[in-house]
Ligand binder design. Sequence first.
Ligand SMILES: C[S@@+](CC[C@H](N)C(=O)[O-])C[C@H]1O[C@@H](n2cnc3c(N)ncnc32)[C@H](O)[C@@H]1O
Length: 297
Amino acid sequence: MERAVHTPVLLEEVISFLDPYQGGVVVDATVGEGGHSLAILERISPKLLVAVDRDIEILSVARERLSDYDNVIFLYGNYSNLPELLAKEGIEQVDAVLMDLGISSFHLEDPERGFSFLEKGPLDMRLDRVGSHLTAFEVVNEYSEKRLAEVIKEYGEEPWAKRIAKRIVEARKEKPLRTTEDLARVVKSAVPKRFWPRRIHVATRTFQAIRIEVNDELTHLKRALKNVVDILSPKGRVVVISFHSLEDRIVKHTFKSFEAKGLGVVLTKKPIVPSDGEIEKNPRARSAKLRVFERSE
Ligand SMILES: C[S@@+](CC[C@H](N)C(=O)[O-])C[C@H]1O[C@@H](n2cnc3c(N)ncnc32)[C@H](O)[C@@H]1O
């Protein structure tokens, strides 16, 4: 069966925030499979679209998908280094930056990448399999019980973090946890069944936490937002879609701090969320929140 392509989230809303930059320079800092980028190329007609991703494998999917357009450059790299990545191409300022955080269906649906508790795969979870070394296997099998509990609590907001960490450490004494199935089984055994969440899988939060740790996602997000204001042209915008409260909190506070420093204005006093219709068609959109900051003149 052919794999379904990732559905871009809050697409109409993103396009309307980027609409003032017809013919400008736009960065899609998380191009993924290029869903948002394709619509940007069709509807914003930028002079140049810079398509960035930390995952070289997904970047080649985007390259193929957007191959009809010659106004796109593809950059393999981390959005936390955006100014440096752009400088290498001789670009100092851009009109708009889109960041659609997290992972793509492309990652979730490939068991080999180890992101999904629904299918058996190796405990990997790296977005960048070329440049980064820490894997979920190391986090799960080598971190101390205390550190594991902290990671699961902090990045997963998991109330059962201590028990899950304890069970992981007990299980790995017998033999290392090698697969996503091994990890999901241990999480299930740590949380009494009557406390399993109703709307999400019992292992969702633990998997999210370990993925965030493996990819150091919050550090990169903070650094990226801090840097992005420096490359925005006057009246330029940064549009961010986040998928969980830890990310959204960082985006909200950073934008507020920019405003307090007189760097520009937050255009979304409240985050924009998907309509019921969008959630029905694409349940993955459920937790999305979009925030936009516009640089002053
Ligand atoms: C939700 S997907 C983007 C989907 C895309 N907007 C689309 O419509 O197809 C997020 C993408 O961001 C990439 N990514 C995550 N963290 C990154 C980082 N620090 N720097 C660059 N890309 C990153 C992931 O590899 C993934 O491809």
